[in-house]
Write a protein that binds this ligand. Structure first.
Ligand SMILES: C[S@@+](CC[C@H](N)C(=O)[O-])C[C@H]1O[C@@H](n2cnc3c(N)ncnc32)[C@H](O)[C@@H]1O
Length: 436
């Protein structure tokens, strides 16, 4: 099985950001967390809190997004710490009180902030209402040393320490490399690094020099020839002319590895079957060059609209959107399948608490259904690349095994496992399936 193992030592964005919490920022974080607890998707909750926050600086805005993700990311551990102090979730009837206790404990236990600093962020009046817990209680809890029991078994300990539902920690433990569960869970809790793909192909190193000459902090990713990452927290790169010219495409390293695993060649006909907003469509289009063609398709017309607009902006005339997507003409079909996203929880940590084992079962049914539909139309000798951003066996090796068992004309040519603790950039899976 192919497995890229190079590990970058570049700093992630979590290191320095926690020092700049203000009272205004804390208010926005608490409001966003309460909205998440009420069921608002995290991105929207953060967006709403930033809007309501008024005149916020760039660092405050980044802190708000980061801290909101952190409160969901470490939910189980923060709840454990609160219960050890007698504040179980069932006792805290107001979501605002749950949020304020978690925020204060997060600042102390995971950011290392001092009690006085935390109190300036949360003490009355404000920052959120209604509120049942008085300042002196929060202060007393922050000053009180409490022993936390993380559990007796290694699995309980890992699930509590890294805040994963036990069922999910169990499934990750079942597939994680021997003795590396803690590292995998810790990596899935990391803030994602901002990574780009450079276009045209082969121009990355020259662009790294140009960006650095303009004061932008970037470095080449050793794992791929066209990938680079930012190494500071500034988002100035988004305003650069290279971004506007379409030379930089935001893309996880794992997604780029999966697209590279397709090994699309100049002149080939490739179908991007779950094209979504077209991230991998662009990579495939560059790989086949205008001597080849890409047919992009997705069952969501809304997502495909975005792909169409990106392809139009970059004037990629060899990409089209036929319906049906003409799999019969394809040399290669990429099935970047809908999945649990358990490999990219760093970006969407609230998913940990929304996913259920039943949903995983349903997803595997969809994944197998898509593979079977595609397989029927593919010519002999054609290749399917099946990919997910899940780390779970059920959605990865499990689906592939069930697929080849029911479609014996397909052989597994190669598997790819991208482990998030071995390579900065999320957990991904790929399988090359060849039809004989
Ligand atoms: C992981 S996302 C694709 C991301 C995309 N390839 C990219 O690189 O930006 C999975 C996509 O599968 C699509 N999808 C879900 N069920 C599908 C189906 N039955 N047939 C085709 N596409 C489907 C979803 O709309 C979603 O856009």
């Amino acid at each position: 099985m192919a497995e890229p193992t190079q590990r970058s030592d570049s700093p992630t964005s979590t290191g320095t950001i926690v020092g700049i919490a203000s009272r205004k920022a804390a208010t926005a974080v608490l409001n966003a967390h309460v909205a998440v607890l009420k069921g608002t998707p995290m991105r929207r909750a953060i967006g709403d809190a930033l809007m309501a926050g008024g005149n916020l600086g760039g660092k405050e805005r980044r802190f708000i997004a980061f801290a909101t993700r952190e409160l969901s990311r470490h939910l189980r551990r923060l709840n454990l710490s609160a219960s050890a102090r007698g504040y179980t979730t069932s006792k805290l009837h107001l979501l605002q009180d749950q949020a304020i206790i978690r925020y204060a404990l997060w600042r102390r236990d995971l950011c290392g902030a001092g009690v006085e600093k935390i109190m300036t962020e949360v003490q009355l009046p404000g920052p959120i209402r209604p509120r049942g817990i008085p300042d002196q209680v929060i202060r007393a809890e922050l000053e009180r040393p409490v022993e936390i029991d993380f559990g007796a078994t290694p699995l309980d300990r890992a699930a509590n320490l890294h805040s994963f539902p036990t069922w999910l920690a169990e499934r990750i433990a079942a597939i994680a490399p021997e003795g590396e569960l803690d590292q995998v869970l810790e990596a899935l809790n990391r803030e994602p690094t901002l990574t780009f793909r450079v276009r045209p192909v082969g121009t990355r190193d020259a662009l790294v020099d140009e960006l650095r000459a303009k004061g932008l902090e970037v470095e080449a990713c050793a794992e791929l020839p066209d990938a680079l990452r930012t190494t500071d927290e500034s988002r100035a790169i988004f305003d650069s002319r290279w971004m506007k010219e379409g030379r930089l495409q935001v893309m996880d390293l794992g997604s780029q590895l999966l697209a590279a695993f397709c090994r699309a060649q100049p002149g080939q006909t490739v179908v991007d079957y779950c094209a979504g907003a077209g991230g991998k469509t662009l990579v495939l289009a560059d790989a086949v060059t205008p001597t080849g063609r890409v047919f992009a398709w997705d069952h969501s017309e809304k997502r495909l609209k975005e792909a169409r607009s990106r392809v139009g902006e970059l004037r990629l005339r060899h990409v089209s959107f036929p319906s049906p997507p003409r799999i019969d003409l394809a040399d290669l079909v990429l099935v970047d399948a809908p999945c649990s996203g358990t490999g990219t929880l760093g970006r969407e940590p609230d998913q940990k608490w929304k996913l259920t084992p039943k949903q995983i079962d349903e997803l595997t049914v969809t994944q197998l259904g898509i593979l079977r539909d595609v397989s029927k139309q593919l010519r002999r000798g054609g290749v399917i690349v099946y990919g997910t951003c899940s780390v779970l066996r059920d959605e990865n090796e499990g689906v592939v095994e069930r697929f080849v068992a029911s479609q014996p004309e397909f052989k597994v040519e190669e598997l790819l496992r991208v482990w998030p603790h071995r390579l900065e950039g999320g957990g991904f899976f790929g399988a090359r399936l060849i039809k004989s």
